[in-house]
Design a protein around this ligand. Sequence first.
Ligand code: CMP
Length: 144
Amino acid sequence: ASERTFIMVKPDGVQRGLVGEVLRRFEQRGYKLVALKMIHPPRALLESHYEEHKGKKFYDPLLAYIGSGPVVAMVWEGLNVITVGRKMLGATDPAKSDPGTLRGDYGIVTGRNIVHGSDSESAAKREINLWFRPDEVSNWVHTA
Ligand code: CMP
């Protein structure tokens, strides 16, 4: 079914100039961009976004990393975009990601894995609502 997912280029991806590459891959795959913004995420937003990881060993370094600079947050729409989007990103650990995926082509370590993507329908809903106001998400349609 057509669905929406939250994709975010993390600070390392922004700093390495990979924003265009992420956008290009999703556009070329055929997905529709319905929201996009650059934001230096405040701590409270990251605490909500990563609430399921609170208490884990990597939680503090993770929040420091994602809060270290601006990220590019986006919402993509299309057929099975949650599952296919995760495939396009690759495994959480870039060393285990297949070549051809974003992390498999551009990453080496989990602590700098370039991009985030929602891992389920409920996560996608939650994350889109967390990062975007309803009026920041467009319902544009092809006209020509
Ligand atoms: P992401 O899929 O965006 O969501 C959780 C993030 O935690 C993950 O990407 C990694 O950036 C980070 N992380 C760091 N260490 C680990 C780990 N050991 N297991 C899972 N995620 C980790």
